[in-house]
Structures are given as C-alpha cells and as structure tokens.
Design a protein around this ligand. Structure first.
Ligand code: LHQ
Length: 257
C-alpha cells in the first residue's frame, strides 16, 4: 500500500497521508512521495489541494523508529531532503491548500498543517509541538508560521512545553481557521476544498502570494504589490466573468483562467 494516496476529484487534488499504523508519521518514502504528488498539483486540472490523514490521526511527525535505525538518514538529510522541500512546494504552489486535520497532528505533522493556506480540524483533533519533549527544536517551518499565527508568547509556550492543544483552543488562538464536527468532518472539509476549487484560481494564487510577501514587506512595498497584482487579476477571464455575472444577476461560472 502506498504511503501517500493521490487522486483528483472535482478539480481538487486529494492527498492522504497513509501510514495509519504509525499515525501517518513520516519516513523517507512518504516524504519523497508527498513531494512528487505536490509537483503533480501544478496541473491545470487541479484548482485546490486537500491534505488529510488516513484513519484516526493526521500525522505524528517524523517516524522516530526511522531515526534510530542502523541505516538512519542524518538529521541534515531529513530536513534538507524531506521536510524543507515539502514546505517550499506547499508555499510556492499557486493553488489554495486545505489541511483537513482529522486527528492528532504532532511535531512535523502539526507544522505541515500550519504551512497550508486554510486549516480546518475535527473537534476531536489536537496539535502538539512535540519536539521539545524529545530534546529537539520545532522544524518544518514551525518557528516561522506559529509565532505569526498566534503571537510570540503563545508560540514560545506551546513550543517549550510541548502541550497538547485541542482543536477548539487552536481555533480560539488563531492557529487554525475552523473546527468542524467529527460526525461529517470528511465531507464538510472536502466541501470547503471544492468551494475554493470553484473560485477564481488565479486571484486565489495572487492572494496567497501577497500574504506570503506581507510577512517581510514594508507597507509601501505591499501597496506596490497590491497595485501590480490587482492589474494581473483584472486581466484574468475569471474577473470578466465575475463582473458580468454580477451585472446579469446570476451566479458566476469561473474556469480558473
Ligand atoms: C509512532 C509515532 C512516531 C513512530 C506514533 N514515530 N511511531 C525532524 C528532524 C529529524 C528527526 C526527528 O524529527 C524531526 C521532526 C519531528 O517531527 S520530531 C517529533 C516527532 N514526533 C513525536 O515526537 C510524536 C510522537 N508521538 C506521540 O507523542 C504520540 O504518538 C501522539 C501524542 C502523537 C499520539 O498519541 P496516542 O494517540 O496515544 O497514540 P500512540 O502513541 O498509541 O500511537 C499509535 C501508534 O503509532 C503507536 O504504535 P503501536 O505499535 O504501539 O500501536 C506509536 O508507536 C505509533 N507512533 N507516533 N512519531
């Protein structure tokens, strides 16, 4: 059985982390496969990406059995070849990426979710910056995204204490977008991915890029970028359709062009 399941459904690329007996923790094979399928998400057919975990967990981070094995990859190799290329692919992908956190997300698994554009979690899901509990530091861009999401105080405490945070607490502190009921989590979270897949894909990609850049830009630089990207958005077919549909008092039919 493949450690990553991949299919495109209704223009949504569905990626399932699939090592359920190890809470979908990452080994080298799974990390490299995830990179391969993220590359496939650049296709025109794909208009949103949906990442979830098989069975009860989302992802328990690094498979710790792999790091203590005789032929264990070195730490530098794990970051440089496994996690960092995944983060870069997720951030550079010109598509909205939805993380549907169906269960526990720990270590690199938690930070993988936080790299995504919209994070929803089942009410029974939880987030753990588990690294400090084994004497490590948070990687997979956790030290970049978490303080930007929840502020320095919360980030420091969560990372130093390694405490479990419920989905409800994560929503309250702004770590994630929304908690959804357990009962129909898979269908409700997938509907969200379908909704964004029907939106003007290029405008959404520009929004993602602008938000990424805003982390480092001055106000003046950001205003300049908004000017530039608003012109790009106005040049898309979807903008034409959006305005026409409004004038004609009908629902727009966006194509992603
Ligand atoms: C696991 C794992 C796991 C293997 C559950 N590995 N089997 C980067 C640089 C280089 C090296 C190191 O790592 C990194 C990045 C990182 O991600 S470091 C952080 C690594 N992750 C963790 O420290 C989390 C470890 N897991 C846990 O603390 C718990 O499993 C959590 C809190 C996630 C879930 O607890 P439970 O719901 O009670 O489940 P469980 O512990 O019973 O796990 C179920 C099974 O999954 C169990 O196997 P078993 O054969 O006993 O049923 C676990 O051994 C296995 N599993 N996480 N990371």
């Amino acid at each position: 059985m493949s450690s990553i399941l991949f299919e495109v459904r209704n223009h949504v690329a569905v990626i399932t982390l699939n090592r359920p007996e190890k809470l979908n923790s990452f080994n080298r094979e799974m990390a490299l496969q995830l990179q391969r399928v993220l590359d496939e998400c650049n296709s025109k057919e794909v208009r949103s990406v949906y990442i979830t975990g098989a069975a009860k967990g989302f992802c328990a981070g690094q498979d710790l059995a792999e790091v203590v094995a005789d032929d264990a990859p070195g730490f530098n190799q794990i970051l440089a070849e496994h996690y960092n290329p995944i983060v870069i692919r997720l951030r550079n992908l010109a598509r909205p990426v939805i993380a549907a956190v169906n269960g526990v997300a720990a270590g690199a698994g938690a930070n993988l979710a936080l790299c995504c554009d919209i994070v929803v979690a089942a009410e029974s899901a939880s987030f753990i910056q588990a690294f400090s509990k084994i004497g490590l530091i948070p990687d997979t861009a956790g030290t970049y995204f978490l303080p930007r999401l929840v502020g320095m105080q919360k980030a420091a405490a969560l990372m130093m204490l390694g405490e479990k945070v419920s989905a409800a607490e994560a929503e309250k502190m702004g770590m994630i977008y929304k908690v959804l009921p357990d009962a129909d989590f898979a269908s409700a979270s997938f509907q969200l991915a379908e909704t964004v897949a029907r939106m003007p894909t290029k405008a959404l990609a520009y929004i993602k890029h602008l938000l990424t850049e805003s982390a480092e830009n001055t106000l003046e630089q950001q205003l300049e970028m908004e000017d530039q990207y608003q012109q790009k958005a106005a040049g898309t077919k979807d903008y034409g359709e959006g305005v026409l549909a409004f004038i004609e008092k009908r629902s727009p039919s966006f194509t992603g062009e």
